[in-house]
Design a protein around this ligand. Structure first.
Ligand code: COA
Length: 377
């Protein structure tokens, strides 16, 4: 083992620079998240998710006619191939929805015979995958409960249509605004674990389906995308803010992790959390029931005071989804539907200037030795 290698080792690749990107960064001065130079928070207030998809994949915000074209494409391409529908009908109700999404993308790849694709073809495939994913997920979800897939209103945005697919009810403009903002805030985040995985897969010159499948498998874990579901289950454990405070202190004393708090990159705040906190408060007021919001706020205050940690994007997103009537097991899948735009942009960026991603490891196993015969083992 060379000394330089040991010196370079950073467990979990913490703070290691593993590439260049023009897609996304975190402004070091104020820790604001930027998509191609635009604040993600500002985008969540002023644009719809389709515009952000265009920004990430094409590299710029769309003009009116480009947005119209992309919006139409995302509606047209939603139709699922028959064999995929058949497969989805066979996945049991007990399956984890993240496994359903991973299987669906993988199967879409098995059905697609296209080869030797140009960057332009890959962009079109990414739009096709983004169009199909909400329908694949919600088809399985409703089929497995013997329910019909709700019809969607075509005048709704991508995020609004998804909400209608879940609840069966056309969302009002406020609910649509909240889900749209959440889709935008989850869309992209530099070299997070799942994006890194998607880029590693793309760097071997594998296909986009395999790269997105890698991303989904990585996002599933509770230290990454799975944190939103864990956060909501935590909020629901307490009956009031006092109980929440005592419960959180207990958990911290037992050195347990509080899901929805802390971040590898942010040190002071996660700007996405403030937006989702504001929306979850407004949703709670609209419903006329502030109890869950008050519990969440007390958890936030206690973790901040006791551990100095801030809530990340997952904490209040989870509460907003709950108040929108979205079942908890669909929280991390929403992250997939949104992040597929970021993964696609990274896969395309990787392929546009590819070099195989293949790091080294410091060996800690036995020294070189002879293979003993089977009798001597
Ligand atoms: N709850 C309690 N303690 C936490 C914590 C949390 N959510 N996040 C970090 N810490 C503590 C660790 O216990 C550790 O304390 P120690 O030094 O006393 O042992 C210290 O902070 C560093 O944490 P570590 O897990 O090593 O940092 P990391 O950079 O590897 O982890 C996360 C980043 C996101 C994985 C981590 O903050 C976490 O597990 N958060 C909860 C899961 C989550 O919300 N994930 C979504 C991220 S967007």
């Amino acid at each position: 083992m060379s000394t330089t290698m040991t010196e370079q080792l950073k467990k979990g690749l913490e703070d290691v620079v593993a590439g260049t990107t023009s897609i996304c960064t975190i402004n070091p001065d104020n820790e604001n998240l930027l998509y191609r130079g635009y604040s993600a928070v500002e985008l969540s207030e002023k644009t719809n998710f389709e515009e952000v998809i265009h920004l990430l994949v094409e590299g710029r915000l769309p003009k009116k006619r480009e947005l119209k074209r992309l919006t139409k494409l995302l509606i047209q391409e939603r139709k699922l191939p028959k064999p995929l529908i058949k497969l989805l009908k066979n996945i049991p109700q007990t399956a984890n929805p993240m496994d359903v999404l991973r299987t669906a993308v993988s199967y879409m790849g098995a059905l697609d015979e296209s080869k030797q694709l140009s960057i332009e073809d890959i962009k079109q495939l990414s739009y096709s995958i983004m169009a199909k994913l909400p329908f694949a997920l919600m088809s399985w979800y409703h089929f497995s409960k013997n329910q019909d897939l709700p019809k969607v209103s075509k005048q709704l945005s991508y995020a609004g249509r998804f909400l209608q697919l879940v609840t069966g009810v056309e969302p009002d403009s406020f609910d649509e605004k909240v889900i749209n903002a959440s889709f935008i805030l989850y869309a992209e985040h530099e070299l997070n674990a799942s994006t890194f995985c998607a880029r590693v897969t793309a760097s071997t010159l594998s296909d986009i389906y395999s790269a997105i499948t890698s991303g989904i498998g990585t996002l599933k874990g509770p230290l990454h995308g799975g944190a939103n579901e864990a956060a909501m289950n935590l909020i629901l454990k307490f009956k009031d803010p006092q109980e929440a405070e005592a419960g959180i202190i207990d958990m911290l004393n037992r050195k347990e992790k509080i899901m929805g708090f802390g971040h590898r990159v942010y040190k002071r705040k996660d700007s996405r959390s403030d937006v989702m906190k504001k929306y979850s408060h407004e949703l709670a007021v609209k419903k006329g029931n502030l109890k869950l919001f008050e519990i969440a706020e007390r958890i936030e205050k206690t973790v901040k005071e006791r551990k100095g940690l801030f809530s990340n994007a997952d904490f209040y997103s989870a509460l907003a989804y709950y108040l929108l009537g979205i079942p908890i097991p669909l929280d991390t899948p929403i992250f997939v539907l949104s992040r597929t735009s970021g993964w696609s942009a990274h896969i395309i960026e990787q392929l546009s200037d590819n070099k195989l991603i293949r790091p080294r490891a410091i060996y800690q196993g036995p020294p070189p030795r002879e293979v003993p015969s089977i009798e001597r083992r």
